[in-house]
Structures are given as structure tokens and as C-alpha cells.
Design a protein around this ligand. Structure first.
Ligand SMILES: [Zn+2]
Ligand SMILES: [Zn+2]
Length: 737
């Protein structure tokens, strides 16, 4: 058979050839199919039969030969989109290998847009041809009037009938007469072009120098990673947008990853101001239609800049020249369920395959990134000044051992005085407490019973605004009991410890005239409402802000001159290897909110251990000293970034079976030992039950260069796991709960 439009290049596989396909569903193995009429290209997205269903797949290579030629099923059809490029396929394969994630799951991550297989996206539009109708009925006159009223822009047939108030038969009649012409317009409108020269911002000398270095890195056209370190307000965004400008100028694509959706509204405005148009967006708040439009435009190379959350890293860029990971230390870059990957590390992997530049931007980089810069693997640029502001806030500790708040209160006298002074001066103050809700613990004063979640091994947190107890693990809620669930004593249930809601209650009693606002993720109705709330507060809509870690995420509060940290010790408790690092980052970020614009700021940090290295580093501003000490401690312990860890969690509804599997894994540790790794456990996880499933942990540690993944793969495969028990392996774990 002859093709009217033969493909420009011959297909990689001739019609009827056996080809191996990765499917986006089903088991983690390649399946053989027969190439369809017209053949198939490597990386083509296809629809294939899988059992009784048809599923999405990708042509991975020549057939594996697993399936007898006469049993081969046909590829259903080849989807109308560009085949995944070799670099994208290599990225998916290596990311799957690194994170021990099935390739099937990786393909799913890379194809998360609806209707990828739909025929050329188009919708019919009707326009006036200029011809007159044979007879002008009142209904026909209304159709013509609709065009006059709305301009001859073209209408979908249904839309035209509705606007004119006529039946679709009238519209069809006019089309049959040739009065209306049917045209096909693209359904996914193209993205407006970004102009890299539209409106460059004025840069300080330090910013200009850093921007030039980043432009050179992008211009060099190969792989590089640069740590862009700058304190809050130093103007990192303006600097890395110049790197984006360079990628655009060279005709390549750029990706900016942000840790939080709420930020992207503000960020998109900045991009528009710089480049004259909005970029493509990719995050959980984007509609299905917009996802499809973005995916296709990215694959076609038409969307030149994407701003998105971590999953944007799996978009099929055609020519990716730059990846920016903003706030690279942020914990939200680690995906904690399904495919367990760290978007920061995967960005570096992808860039190394694509020949792209990476910019890791942060005021408080992760120790991993700091160490890579120290070792010379990453370039490093420092933005020392706060753009437009002379000094960092003045930092001081409030030693809670010497200067404690009254019983049942959390604001120490020193902090109380400082807040009072700022409020009296008409300035804004912020109290930071990283605890949502009213109180972390509800306890019976008669018998000591603590209210826990029925499904989890976790205490329930009182949320007084909602009049409920809430489990922060699974989200379950119950009413606040008036009688003790255990001893039935009436009126003895007491809230213990502070949450932001309780702190707000204390503040309202101390400063009755102040307008107090609480910023907590559970009190906002989605990212846009949260952004509106933050804008209102930033504009002076509150005198005193009480916030959880959401306030640390780069929002600007120009009237804010005092930050009080209620409990700096909170994050230092518990055995997390990153406890000091995370506390340092979080408090540094929060304290950095004070004193933007031209007003000097101050930060007061309440702590029981002002001599702790993390707290001392915050107070003295000796970042480098802190990193060096922390790095030395990690190197001694052989933990990341100076050793490798993998967290293994065994979960199951049946406690005995869950433990059986965990013990069997511990006994079979041979492949791990052979690779130089140690295995600890099993032990009950710190949260030993979530949503009714028991959780048992093991931990593997290996020297830096050890082939840990291969060993883990062999080890996990050697132990049979019943269907109701799950083993998940987390490479480079960030959390240990
Ligand atoms: Zn009781
Ligand atoms: Zn729960």
C-alpha cells in the first residue's frame, strides 16, 4: 500500500517486526508486540492490548523474544505525538535504576496528561463566508446579528446556536447554503512567545556578576551545576531569570522548579514582567486541558519555559538547556510515595544526560549541595548583599531556662516586650511556631489517657477552629471528647502544649487591640486563597502574624520588622540525621523575613539550648562554620553525603506477617554485605501504624562508592513477599518516620 504522506525517515521497526514495549500499567517487564502497518519508531507512544484492556505504552527496543512469534499481539495504534527522544528514554531508565522504581511507574510519571492519543487536537469553528442566504428568516437574521455583535471571530456550532437563540438546525441550514464556512482551529492554543529581551531588570554589581556567570554556563551548551547561594532578599530570582533569558536566546527550553504551588502565582507575575508573557505551568493545580496543552507544547518544543512543581521534571522536553531548582533544600522536592525520588537529584541527572545547565538556588543549601560545591563538583556563586537593604536582621536568643514564660504560656517576657514595642511603633511582628492546630496533645488529668488515632500510632491534635481532633498522619478527625474515653471522667480532658491557634489566643490576650492573623496550611482554601491571604497580610492587613513553616517559603512581608521563634528546639528533638540541618534552614529562612525594604529587622529565638551548634550558627550568621561542623560529624558517622543510606519500610495490615517479612529480609542480608553495606533492623517504625497498616523499618548503610542499588535489588528479590505485605525502598531517605 502506498502512503500519501510517507514518513521522512524510515521507521526503526518495519511492520510486523517484534518490538519490546514498556507499558504504563501492569507488571514491571517489557512486553513484545508486533509493529503496526507503517512500522514503529523507537520511543513512540503506542496503545497496546494488555489482557482485556488497552493501555498506553512506549516502544523501547527490538522484541525480547519472550513471546512466540505466532502469539504476538499487534500494537493497537501509534499515538499522534513526537516519539520520546533518546535522552528522555535514557533519563527514565537511569532514574528508574537509581530509585529502584519500575520503568512502568516512570513512564506513568512522564505521561501524566489526558488525551495524549487523541487525533490532531482541533475544534470546528463557523465563520461568515460573505454569501447571502436565499431567504432571511427571523432566526437566520439573529444568527447574522450574533456575528455583528461578537465580531466575525468564529463560533463553535453549539455556541453560535446558543448565542443567537436558534436551533442547531438553523445553523446547519446556513452552513449547507454556504453562508457559514466551517474551519478547523487548533484546540490547544499555542503559548505566547517569550521575549528574552523584553524587560531586563536593573541588577546590582553582585547580581550582574552572578548573572553573567550563569549566562556563560548556559551558553557553553553542556552540562554544569551551579549553587546560587544568597540570603533572603538578595535577588536570586532576578539572577537566575537571566540564565533563563540565555536559554531562550539560544533557542533552548528552560524549566524552573518551585517547591510550593502558592509561590507560583507571584512567580508567574515576575516571569511575565521580565519576558512579556506567561510561561507554561505544571503542577497539581493545573486543569486537565491545560496539562494536555502544556505536555504537547513541551514535547513539540513550542513551550519554551515551564514553571512547575517537582513532577515537571518528567515532561518530554525537546531541547532542555536549563533547569533551575529554586529553594533547592526544600523537603517538598522529595516525593514520599509511589516513585520515591528527589527532584533536585533527578534534575542533576537529567541535565547531565541532556547537556543542560542546572542552577540550585537557596539561602540555606542542603548539606549535599554544599558538600558538592566544596568538593568542586558544582560551581558556586554567592550573593552576599540583600538587594536594597543594608543588613540582616539582628539575631538574639531568649534563653528559656533564665527567662521562661509563665506557666501555660509560650511567649517569654523578653519577646513579649519586643513585640509590644513593634506594635506600638505601628510595625508588623511575626511569631513562628511550626505546629498546626491548637494543641499537640489532649490528655485526661484523671487517668493520663492521651487521645490517639484509631488507625495510626499517633496522638490526635486539637484544632479548635474546626472543633475537632485531627490525626496529622491520616487526616482522620473526631469530636473533642467531654468525657475521658478511657476512665469516663467528665470535664478532665486538657490540651497540652502549644499550636498556632493556641498561640494566637495567648497573643490576643496580651495585645487586645492588635489585628492578629494566623497563617497555617490547613486554614487556607487552596493556593490562590492562600496567596490572597498572604498578600493582604503583606500589605499591612495584620499587625501580628502567627505562622507555621508556610511563612518561611519566600513570601515578602515589607512591613515586618520582628520575628519571634517560639520553640527553636522543636526540630532538634528526635533522631533524624538532618535535624540540625533542617532546624538551621527553617529558622534562618523565617528570621530572614524580618526587615525587608529599608527598615532594620530583629529576630528573637526562644530556646532551651542556646549553645547548640545549629542555634549558635543562626545567631552568629556563621553559615560556613555550621556546614563544616555538620559535614565533619556526618563524615565521621559515614552518613550522607559521606555515605549512602537506604530506608526500607515493610508495611502490612497483619502485624505478624509484616514482621515475618522484615525478619526474613534481615536474615537474607548476604547480597548487601557482599557490596560492603550494613543492614540494621528490623525495628518498629517511629510511627508504627498508619491507616491501619503496621510499619517496620530496616536501614542499609554503605560507603560512598558502593553499588548499593544493585545489591538492594538482588536482596529484595531474594525474599518472597506475600501480596498483603509491601516492601518499599527509599534511596537517600529524607524522612525516617
Ligand atoms: Zn481518663
Ligand atoms: Zn490517623
Amino acid at each position: 500500500m502506498e502512503h500519501l504522506n510517507p514518513p521522512l525517515e524510515p521507521p526503526d521497526f518495519a511492520p510486523g517486526d517484534p518490538v519490546a514495549v514498556v507499558t504504563a500499567e501492569g507488571l514491571d517487564r517489557l512486553l513484545d508486540y508486533r509493529a503496526p502497518e507503517g512500522g514503529a519508531r523507537l520511543g513512540a507512544l503506542v496503545e497496546v492490548p494488555l489482557g482485556p484492556r488497552r493501555v498506553l505504552g512506549m516502544v523501547w527496543g527490538p522484541g525480547t523474544g519472550d513471546c512466540a512469534p505466532d502469539k504476538l499481539r499487534d500494537i493497537g495504534r501509534v499515538l499522534d505525538c513526537a516519539p520520546m527522544r533518546p535522552a528522555m528514554r535514557a533519563f527514565l531508565a537511569r532514574a528508574a535504576d537509581y530509585t529502584l522504581t519500575p520503568l512502568t511507574v516512570m513512564l506513568r510519571l512522564a505521561t501524566r496528561a489526558p488525551g495524549l492519543g487523541a487525533p490532531p487536537a482541533a475544534r470546528p469553528l463557523l465563520r461568515l463566508s460573505g454569501a447571502a442566504p436565499d431567504r432571511l428568516t427571523p432566526a437566520r437574521a439573529r444568527v447574522l446579528a450574533a456575528f455583528a455583535e461578537f465580531g466575525n471571530l468564529g463560533f463553535a456550532p453549539q455556541e453560535l446556536a446558543r448565542l443567537a437563540g436558534v436551533s442547531t438546525a438553523v445553523v446547519k441550514g446556513l452552513e449547507a447554503q454556504g453562508v457559514l464556512l466551517r474551519e478547523v482551529a487548533p484546540r490547544d492554543p499555542p503559548y505566547p512567545a517569550l521575549d528574552q529581551a523584553a524587560a531586563p531588570r536593573p541588577l546590582s554589581p553582585a547580581q550582574g556578576e552572578a548573572a553573567a556567570a550563569l549566562r556563560a554556563a548556559v551558553g557553553a551548551g553542556g552540562y554544569s551545576t551551579t549553587l546560587l547561594k544568597g540570603v533572603t532578599g538578595s535577588g536570586k530570582t532576578e539572577v537566575y531569570l537571566e540564565a533563563v533569558a540565555e536559554a531562550l536566546a539560544r533557542g533552548r527550553q528552560a524549566l524552573v522548579l518551585l517547591p510550593e504551588i502558592a509561590l507560583s502565582v507571584e512567580f508567574l507575575d515576575r516571569v511575565e514582567a521580565r519576558f512579556g508573557a506567561r510561561p507554561a505551568e505544571w503542577h497539581s493545580g493545573v486543569t486537565q486541558a491545560a496539562r494536555r496543552r502544556a505536555w504537547r507544547a513541551v514535547a513539540a518544543g513550542e513551550a519554551r519555559l515551564v514553571v512547575g512543581a517537582r513532577s515537571a521534571l518528567f515532561l518530554p522536553f525537546r531541547d532542555l538547556g536549563l533547569i533551575v531548582v529554586d529553594e533547592e533544600h526544600d523537603g517538598s522536592y522529595k516525593q514520599e510515595d509511589g516513585a520515591l525520588y528527589n527532584a533536585r537529584d533527578m534534575a542533576v541527572l537529567r541535565a547531565s544526560i541532556e547537556g543542560a545547565a542546572v542552577v540550585l538556588a537557596s539561602a540555606t543549601p542542603s548539606l549535599e549541595t554544599w558538600a558538592n560545591a566544596e568538593a568542586g563538583k558544582y560551581a558556586r556563586l554567592d550573593l552576599p548583599e540583600r538587594f536594597g537593604v543594608a543588613e540582616l536582621p539582628a539575631m538574639a536568643a531568649v534563653d528559656l531556662r533564665l527567662d521562661p514564660p509563665e506557666q501555660g504560656r509560650w511567649i517569654a517576657p523578653t519577646l513579649e516586650r519586643a513585640v509590644g514595642e513593634r506594635l506600638a511603633a505601628g510595625e508588623q511582628a511575626l511569631l513562628f511556631l511550626n505546629r498546626r492546630g491548637y494543641a499537640p496533645l489532649t490528655i485526661c488529668r484523671a487517668c493520663g489517657h492521651q487521645v490517639g488515632c484509631d488507625q495510626c500510632d499517633a496522638r490526635m491534635v486539637e484544632h479548635r477552629f474546626r472543633h475537632r481532633l485531627v490525626c496529622h498522619q491520616c487526616g482522620a478527625t473526631k469530636p473533642i471528647p467531654s468525657a475521658c474515653p478511657s476512665c469516663k471522667a467528665e470535664g478532665r480532658m486538657t490540651a497540652l502544649g502549644p499550636g498556632v491557634e493556641r498561640l494566637a489566643e495567648e497573643a490576643a490576650a496580651l495585645w487586645p487591640g492588635a489585628r492578629i492573623a494566623i497563617l497555617s496550611s490547613d486554614l487556607a482554601e487552596g493556593p490562590r486563597a492562600l496567596k490572597a491571604r498572604i498578600d493582604e497580610i503583606a500589605g499591612g492587613g495584620a499587625d501580628l502574624v502567627i505562622g507555621t513553616q508556610i511563612v518561611s517559603k519566600g513570601h515578602n512581608f515589607p512591613h515586618l520588622t520582628l520575628v519571634g521563634v517560639i520553640d527553636a528546639d522543636l526540630g532538634l528533638q528526635g533522631g533524624d540525621l538532618r535535624a540540625a540541618e533542617k532546624t538551621f534552614q527553617l529558622i534562618r529562612q523565617v528570621a530572614g523575613r524580618a526587615g525587608r525594604a529599608e527598615r532594620p529587622g530583629a529576630a528573637l529565638i526562644q530556646t532551651h539550648q542556646p549553645e547548640h551548634p545549629a542555634i549558635r550558627a543562626i545567631l552568629t550568621g556563621d553559615d560556613e562554620g555550621f556546614w563544616r561542623a555538620e559535614a565533619a560529624a556526618r563524615a565521621r558517622a559515614g552518613v550522607p553525603p559521606y555515605g549512602r543510606l537506604a530506608g526500607i519500610v515493610v508495611t502490612g495490615a497483619d502485624e505478624a506477617r509484616t514482621w515475618e517479612v522484615a525478619r526474613a529480609l534481615a536474615r537474607a542480608a548476604g547480597p548487601l554485605h557482599a557490596a560492603g553495606a550494613e543492614l540494621w533492623g528490623p525495628a518498629p517504625a517511629p510511627i508504627a501504624r498508619i491507616r491501619g497498616r503496621h510499619r517496620v523499618r530496616l536501614l542499609a548503610r554503605a560507603p560512598k562508592g558502593a553499588p548499593l542499588q544493585a545489591a538492594l535489588r538482588a536482596w529484595a528479590a531474594s525474599v518472597p513477599v506475600p501480596g498483603n505485605v509491601r516492601v518499599s525502598i527509599d534511596i537517600d531517605p529524607q524522612s525516617f518516620f
